[in-house]
Write a protein that binds this ligand. Structure first.
Ligand code: GDP
Ligand code: MG
Length: 735
C-alpha cells in the first residue's frame, strides 16, 4: 500500500461532514468545484503516524439515485477516484433515515466505516445507541463521535486507516430483496460477469441492481459500453418487472426500497437503540409530543386544532368573500342598467360576470386555508397529524397526511374541494396523493350543504340534525372506500416507502407564511381563471339556446296582454309608483310573474340543457329523476349552488335565492312527483356525482393530465348513479 490514502466523507446533509472535515484538516483545505456542476468540492490534508491522508468532503445526499447533481457527483467520485475508504457520517439522532444511504454504500461495496455523529444530541433526546451491537449486525466498524467537540475522532481515523489497509477490494453486501428479485439478481450478475460488462469500474452485483432499479444514468453508461448485452439485461429486467406486476402488483425499484428499509429496521430493532426515558432530559419536542400524540388525548387535540383551522378559515374569509360578492353583484347591476337587452347582456351577466365572480369568490377562502396549513406545517404539527392518522388511513391505501385534504373539503361540515385538492400537495407519495385528490370531492362542501339541507328540511324535518350528521359520516365512509377501490385498481401499488419523521417543533416566521400563502393563491388564480370562464359561458349557452320559438313566445305575450287588459292603467301605474301598491295591483303583478315563470320554464325545457335533461330520462328513471331534476344536476356541474336555483326555475318559481329556499322546499314536499325516497336518492347523487368544474380544473392541474379530470367526472358520476339507483329502486319497493 502506498503512503498516500484518500478518505472521502459522505453522508446526509446536516449529518456533520463539514464539521468533521474542519476538525480534521484545520486550515489545510481548499474549496473547488466539480467540473460542469455547481456542487462545491472540498479537499484537505490530514496526517496520522507519518501517513498523509487526502480528505474529501462529498456533497450531502440522501440516496445514490441519479436524481440530483449532488448524488451524481458523489457516485461518480466514488467510482472514478476510488478512495481508499469512505467515512459515512451518520446522525445518531436520526439513525434509521441516515442508514438508508449507508445501506446503498454497502450495496456498492466501497470500503467504509461508520462515524456515529451527534451522540450528544441523541443523548439529550433520550436515545442511547449501542455502537458495538450496530457494528456487529451491520458488519462494519462503527465509531461514536461528537464532531463539534472532536470527541472520538482520533479513534475514528485510526479505525478508518486500518480498515483501508485490510479491505482494498470492493465487496458489495448481499442484501435480500425477496425471492423473485434475489433470483433475478443472480441471473443478471451472472450475465454481467460473464460478459465482463462494466466490471472494470463497477461490481457486477451493483450493475445488476442499477438495471433492476432502471437507473437512467447507469443504463446509458451500459449502453455506450455494450449495447447488445445492455439490451439483453433490459429485456431480462422487463420480464422480471412483468412478473412482479402480476404477482405482487409492484415494481422492482419500489420492492428494493422496501427491502432496504426492512433491512435497516431489522437491524435497529435488535436492541441497537435504547431509550432512556428520563423525563427531565427528554427533548422539549418529545415532551410536547408525549401529550400531543398521546393515544387518547392526541386525537382529541387534533380534532380541536382541525376545527380551529376550519373555523378560522371559514369565519375570517366570510367578510372578504362578501366584499367580492358585493362587488360582482354591483358589477352585474351596472351591466343590467347600461347594456342593451339581448343575448349579449345575458351572457355578460350570467356567463362572464357570474363566472369570474365564482372563481374569484374562492380566493379569500384559499388564502386563509393555505395560511392555516402553512402555519400547521411550518410549526411541525402537520407531521404529528399524519403520524396519528397513518395507521387508519393506510388500511385504505392512503397516507396520514390525507386527513387534512378531507377536512378542508368538508369533512367536518361545509368546506370546499378546491383548496382541498390543492392541499394534497403536502402528500409526498404520488399514488396516495392521487387517491386522495380524486376522493376529496366526496366530502359535503359548503355548496352541497344547502341542497342537502333543503331536501332534508322538506322530507326528513323531524330528525334534521341527525340526518345531516349521517350524511357527513356517509361522505367519509364512501370517500375512504372509493380510495381503497382506486388503490386496488387504477392506482394499484404498494404503499410508497416513506419514513414518517417527527421534526422538532419550530416557531414559523410570519414572512415565510405570507410568501407560501401568496404563491399558492396566485397559482390558483392563474390556472383556474382561464378554464372557468370558458366553461361558465358554455353552461350559460346550454341553458339559453335555442330560445323559445316566436310562436310560443307570442302565446305568452298574449297571456300577458290579457292580464294587462283586465287591469286599469291606474292599477298598472301603481306597480311602478313610489307607494305601496294595493292588493288588486299586487294580484295582477303575481299573475304577470306566474306567466314569466311559466315562460322561463318552457324556455329552459326547450334549451339544449333542457333537451339533455329530457333525453336523460331514458336512464334517470332508475334513480328516480325527472327532466327538471336532470337539468338542475347538469347545471350543478357549474357550481352545486346552481342546483337550487335551477330547480326553482324549472318549478316556475323564477329566480330563487339559495338562502331563502323555504318556498321551494314546500313546493317539492307538496309535489306528487317527490317523496322521501326520491329526496334521499337526489341527496346521494348530489353528494357523490361529478365535482364542480372548478374542482375538476384543479384536479387536472394537480394531477398533471386532463385525463384525470375526465376520469374524476366519469368515475364519480357512475358511482353516484349506481348508488342512487340502488337506493331508489330498493327504497321505493320497501316503503
Ligand atoms: P454537513 O451538512 O454534513 O456538512 O453538516 P455540518 O457539518 O454543516 O453540520 C450541521 C450542523 O450540525 C452544524 O450546526 C454543526 O455545528 C452541527 N453539528 C455537527 N456535528 C455535531 C455534533 O457532534 N454535535 C452537535 N451538537 N452538533 C453538531
Ligand atoms: Mg457541509
Amino acid at each position: 500500500m502506498s503512503n498516500e490514502l484518500t478518505i472521502a466523507l459522505a453522508g446526509n446533509p446536516n449529518a456533520g461532514k463539514t464539521t468533521l472535515f474542519n476538525a480534521l484538516t484545520g486550515a489545510r483545505q481548499h474549496v473547488g468545484n466539480y467540473p460542469g456542476v455547481t456542487v462545491d468540492s472540498k479537499e484537505g490534508q490530514y496526517s496520522k503516524d507519518g501517513l498523509k491522508c487526502r480528505l474529501v468532503d462529498l456533497p450531502g445526499i440522501y440516496s445514490l439515485s441519479p436524481y440530483s447533481e449532488e448524488e451524481v457527483v458523489a457516485r461518480d467520485y466514488l467510482v472514478n477516484q476510488r478512495p481508499g475508504v469512505i467515512i459515512n457520517i451518520v446522525d445518531a439522532a436520526n439513525l434509521e433515515r441516515n442508514l438508508y444511504l449507508s445501506c446503498q454504500f454497502m450495496e456498492m461495496g466501497v470500503p467504509m466505516v461508520i462515524a456515529l455523529n451527534m451522540i450528544d444530541v441523541a443523548k439529550k433526546r433520550g436515545l442511547e445507541i449501542d455502537h458495538d451491537r450496530l457494528s456487529e449486525l451491520i458488519g462494519l466498524p462503527v465509531c461514536p463521535i461528537v464532531a463539534r467537540t472532536g470527541q472520538g475522532i482520533s479513534e475514528l481515523m485510526a479505525t478508518a486507516i486500518a480498515h483501508a489497509r485490510e479491505h482494498s477490494k470492493w465487496q458489495p453486501a448481499d442484501i435480500s430483496y425477496g425471492d423473485d428479485l434475489d433470483s433475478a439478481m443472480i441471473d443478471l450478475t451472472g450475465m454481467i460477469e460473464q460478459g465482463e460488462f462494466l466490471t472494470k469500474d463497477y461490481p457486477g452485483r451493483w450493475t445488476a441492481l442499477k438495471y433492476l432499479e432502471k437507473d437512467d444514468r447507469h443504463l446509458s453508461i451500459g449502453d455506450s459500453a455494450d449495447v447488445k448485452l445492455s439490451s439483453q439485461l433490459v429485456a431480462k429486467v422487463e420480464q422480471v418487472s412483468r412478473h412482479l406486476e402480476q404477482t405482487v402488483g409492484s415494481e422492482p425499484d419500489a420492492m428494493i426500497a422496501d427491502h432496504r428499509y426492512g433491512f435497516i429496521k431489522s437491524i435497529v430493532k435488535q436492541n441497537v437503540v435504547h431509550r432512556t426515558m428520563d423525563q427531565d432530559r427528554l427533548h422539549a419536542s418529545d415532551r410536547i409530543d408525549k401529550v400531543v400524540t398521546h393515544r387518547f388525548a392526541g386525537p382529541l387535540i387534533m380534532l380541536l386544532i382541525l376545527m380551529g383551522l376550519y373555523n378560522f378559515t371559514f369565519t375570517y374569509s366570510a367578510l372578504p368573500i362578501a366584499w367580492f360578492e358585493a362587488f360582482f353583484s354591483w358589477l352585474g347591476g351596472l351591466a343590467d342598467t347600461h347594456v342593451a337587452e339581448g343575448y349579449f347582456k345575458s351572457m355578460l351577466i350570467s356567463g362572464i360576470i357570474d363566472g369570474i365572480g365564482g372563481v374569484l369568490g374562492f380566493v379569500p377562502l384559499i388564502m386563509f386555508m393555505f395560511f392555516g396549513i402553512a402555519l400547521l406545517e411550518d410549526t411541525g404539527y402537520l407531521a404529528r397529524v399524519a403520524f396519528m392518522m397513518d395507521r387508519i388511513f393506510r388500511i385504505f391505501g392512503l397516507h396520514g397526511s390525507s386527513v387534512m385534504a378531507y377536512v378542508i373539503s368538508g369533512g367536518i361540515a361545509g368546506g370546499c374541494a378546491v383548496p382541498g385538492v390543492m392541499a394534497t400537495r403536502t402528500l409526498r407519495s404520488p399514488k396516495e396523493r392521487m387517491a386522495t385528490l380524486l376522493t376529496v370531492p366526496f366530502m359535503n362542501c359548503g355548496a352541497k350543504l344547502p341542497v342537502i339541507a333543503l331536501l332534508v328540511g322538506a322530507f326528513f324535518s323531524e330528525h334534521q340534525a341527525r340526518y345531516m350528521f349521517l350524511f357527513t359520516l356517509l361522505a367519509w365512509v364512501m370517500a375512504l372506500l372509493a380510495a381503497k377501490l382506486l388503490r386496488m385498481t387504477v392506482l394499484r401499488g404498494p404503499a410508497t416507502p416513506f419514513v414518517l419523521e417527527l421534526p422538532p417543533y419550530r416557531f414559523p416566521t410570519f414572512q415565510g407564511l405570507l410568501i407560501h400563502t401568496w404563491e399558492k393563491t396566485w397559482q390558483y388564480i392563474k390556472k383556474a381563471g382561464t378554464v372557468i370562464l370558458g366553461i361558465s359561458i358554455l353552461i350559460w349557452a346550454m341553458m339559453t339556446f335555442p330560445g323559445l320559438p316566436d310562436a310560443d313566445r307570442q302565446l305568452f305575450e298574449v297571456q300577458r296582454q290579457q292580464i294587462a287588459s283586465q287591469a286599469t292603467p291606474a292599477l298598472l301605474a301603481e306597480l311602478d309608483g313610489p307607494d305601496e301598491p294595493s292588493l288588486a295591483a299586487l294580484a295582477i303583478q303575481d299573475d304577470l310573474l306566474a306567466v314569466g315563470g311559466a315562460e322561463a320554464e318552457a324556455a329552459l325545457r326547450y334549451s339544449v340543457a333542457g333537451r339533455i335533461g329530457t333525453s336523460m330520462e331514458t336512464v334517470s328513471w332508475l334513480p328516480g329523476f325527472d327532466w327538471r331534476t336532470n337539468i338542475a344536476l347538469v347545471g350543478g356541474f357549474a357550481a352545486k349552488e346552481v342546483i337550487i336555483s335551477t330547480l326553482g326555475t324549472s318549478y316556475s318559481l323564477g329566480e330563487v335565492d339559495p338562502d331563502a329556499s323555504d318556498s321551494l322546499g314546500t313546493t317539492l314536499a307538496k309535489d306528487s312527483g317527490w317523496n322521501a325516497v326520491k329526496a334521499l336518492s337526489v341527496i346521494i347523487f348530489v353528494m357523490f356525482y361529478a365535482p364542480c368544474f372548478v374542482t375538476v380544473a384543479c384536479i387536472v392541474k394537480e394531477a398533471g393530465s386532463w385525463k384525470w379530470g375526465v376520469f374524476s367526472i366519469t368515475f364519480n358520476t357512475v358511482f353516484a348513479f349506481m348508488f342512487s339507483s340502488l337506493v331508489y329502486q330498493v327504497g321505493s319497493r320497501v316503503f
